[in-house]
Design a protein around this ligand. Structure first.
Ligand SMILES: NC(=O)c1ccc[n+]([C@@H]2O[C@H](COP(=O)([O-])OP(=O)(O)OC[C@H]3O[C@@H](n4cnc5c(N)ncnc54)[C@H](O)[C@@H]3O)[C@@H](O)[C@H]2O)c1
Length: 425
């Protein structure tokens, strides 16, 4: 491709300003320069202005700026968009962009519900445009090394189980909500809480390591002022802070994801993958994001024969196994910023006409696991993920979200609610 890909950023809030725009700057600095940011969009003037200034100062272009995403789409100045909007707008804006002939990268989760996510996947297949689900954590050097150790080097033999257990006490969040917190608390915009928000990272990592998840059994709880809000009707109105899930994989692997942020007293920490010959433990326990983000820091590999490897040694062995070509493929021109790499994966797939690391179907499959966790807790029984994904098992947990979007023809949020009015387009 001779011409640069004209990229638009839609939604210039927290993640776009802290990671996506700096990620793009890191690509340029490393000489990975097949794009130009030609348009930015945000409904909030301050965020929009900051993005324009950043693009001008660090990315060397003067982007068109829009308060309305519809104007950006109509402007005809972009070939591809990076969508960093509230979850409920992913399908609204994503489908419009695909229909207008643009390639689309969407922040996690792919959509606010499975039904709205299917609209995105269908639109990509209908238009032949690329739909890519952002999976930055797959490009963490630690995750890449563990993926290699499990699936290629098979350093712990046949993978059998994992136990991911992390409990601690976190004081309640203050009553004053930021904009980013406000839309997350609205069912039609946020969808769920940790499981479907940061939890998508964890569930995507599991799919990256062990393949597709077949079945989920889970109990989800929200505890407030000492009173447990158990699953079913009420949980939708609260943010879960305790989850106990058992996940079984098509490969035969089985594991648990058990965490609580309101566990008073003793803290428990045990995040280990076991195989027939040994284990790999994520030892990054000082960082509470370990609940959802795996292998960001230290790790220890122990084998039955008594041998031991630190994360440092594991990464060195992985780099040696990759060689120069493999390193260039995973970390082109030495870039290790995982957000830069996930955007680069999207841009290069456009350039060479390939498949991104995670396409729309992948994003939907991971979302289905998150939804299966809620659904299982809601109905009190194990949920088959494929059956939820293909609609054979009705999604009762999400029925109110789908009813909201159905009322507005799925693609146009018409009602302005008190909680999200400020951010609706
Ligand atoms: N990959 C990660 O680690 C990570 C981390 C945080 C957030 N995210 C994801 O990024 C997305 C955005 O999250 P965030 O934390 O940046 O939220 P945010 O609230 O900080 O940013 C959202 C931005 O969208 C803008 N916006 C809202 N409605 C709009 C509309 N109709 N038209 C134009 N702009 C509009 C808001 O003004 C705001 O600037 C979400 O999908 C979230 O899950 C990913």
């Amino acid at each position: 491709m001779n011409e640069k890909i004209r990229l638009g950023i839609i939604g210039c809030g927290s993640i776009a300003s802290k990671r996506h725009l700096p990620g793009l700057a890191n690509l340029k600095k490393a000489g990975l320069d097949n794009f130009e940011v030609t348009a930015v969009c945000d409904a909030v003037e301050q965020n929009l202005h900051a993005a324009v200034v950043y693009v001008r100062d660090h990315l060397g272009s003067e982007p068109a700026s829009h308060r309305s995403w519809k104007d950006l789409v109509a402007g005809g100045k972009v070939d591809a968009v990076d969508i960093c909007l509230p979850h409920g707008l992913h399908h609204v804006v994503g489908v419009a962009c695909l229909e207008a002939g643009m390639h689309v990268l969407i922040e996690k989760p792919l959509a606010v519900s499975l039904k709205t996510g299917r609209l995105l996947v269908d639109a990509a297949e209908r238009t032949g445009r690329m739909l890519s689900a952002a999976v930055p954590l797959r490009r963490l050097q630690g995750q890449c090394a563990v993926h290699w150790a499990l699936n290629e080097a098979r350093l712990i033999g046949e993978v059998r189980t994992f136990f991911h257990n992390y409990t601690h006490w976190r004081p309640p969040v203050p009553a004053a909500l930021t904009d980013g917190m406000r839309w997350r608390r609205d069912r039609a915009m946020g969808g769920g809480s940790t499981v479907t928000d940061s939890g998508i990272h964890f569930l995507d990592t599991l799919r990256y390591f062990h393949g597709d998840i077949e079945q989920v059994y889970a109990e989800v709880r929200a505890y407030r002022d000492g009173e447990p809000v158990v699953a079913r009707e009420e949980i939708a109105q609260h943010r879960e802070n305790s989850v106990m899930a058992i996940l079984t994989f098509k490969s035969g692997v089985a594991g648990t994801w058990c965490w609580s942020t309101v566990a008073a007293g003793a803290e428990t920490r045990n995040c280990v993958i076991h195989g027939s010959e040994g284990s790999i433990e994520d030892t990054n326990y000082a960082d509470s994001s370990i609940v959802c983000h795996l292998f960001k820091g230290g790790a220890e590999l122990r084998r039955r024969d008594g041998s031991y490897m630190s994360m440092h040694e594991l990464q060195s062995k992985h780099r040696a196994a990759l060689g120069a070509d493999g390193m260039q493929r995973l970390f082109p021109n030495g870039v290790t910023d995982e957000f830069a790499l996930t955007i680069w994966d999207f841009l290069s797939a456009i350039e060479i006409g390939g498949r991104p690391e995670a396409d729309g179907r992948d994003g939907l499959a991971t979302l289905a696991v998150a939804e299966a966790i809620y659904e299982s807790s809601w109905c009190g029984q194990a949920v088959n993920v494929a059956s939820l994904l293909n609609g054979e098992t009705p999604s009762r947990w999400q029925s109110d979200i789908d009813a909201y979007w159905d009322e507005y023809g799925m693609l146009a949020p018409g009602k302005t609610s008190a909680t999200v009015g400020a951010v609706r387009g």
